[in-house]
Write a protein that binds this ligand. Structure first.
Ligand SMILES: [Zn+2]
Length: 164
């Protein structure tokens, strides 16, 4: 999936791009199994990215259906044209509002930022606007393959968290 994000962001650099993240929680580990692209009606500039909401909604609904609703919306990813992989103030506000809004059906919103140096900043954002930088298992495979991998992950690796 990180390869997919890189392949999406390289052609449009220095413009930002991004999309939604899908995955599921198991053994206390959040598995991020997929990332959408931005869609044909997205806005992409060096300082602003707005994804194509309708396109991303269709992407999500297809994955929810195929996975019998095991795979759900978990958050957002976007690229940065700089080497900064930490969220900007705008990013923090937007993730906070996603965590607050009922129609996203998440209590926490995950954000992955891909810097121009291909470093990933993974943060998890709460309703109150606070966030943590996480180490997260990112599985660059389809959810079908991911299910087979779960056995290999037992006992689960401990998730490391630290507060910024
Ligand atoms: Zn950003």
């Amino acid at each position: 999936m990180s390869e997919k994000m890189i392949s999406q962001s390289d052609p449009v650099a220095p413009n930002e791009t991004g999309g939604i993240l899908v995955g599921y929680l198991e053994y206390g580990i959040l598995f991020i199994t997929g990332a959408s692209d931005s869609g044909p009606h997205s806005t992409e500039s060096p300082t602003l990215f707005v994804r194509d909401s309708e396109y991303c909604q269709d992407y999500l609904e297809q994955i929810e259906t195929e996975s019998c609703r095991k795979i759900r919306y978990v958050g957002e990813w976007h690229s940065h044209p700089s080497s900064a992989f930490n969220p900007s103030q705008t990013d923090i506000k937007s993730l906070e509002s996603i965590a607050r809004q009922d129609h996203y059906a998440v209590d926490e919103a995950v954000s992955i930022i891909l810097s121009k140096d291909k470093e990933l900043g993974v943060t998890i954002h709460q309703k109150d606007g606070s966030f943590k930088l996480l180490a997260t298992v990112i599985v660059p495979r389809s959810y079908a393959e991911t299910n087979q991998m779960l056995d290999a992950l037992s006992p689960p690796e401990k998730k490391e968290e630290r507060t910024l």
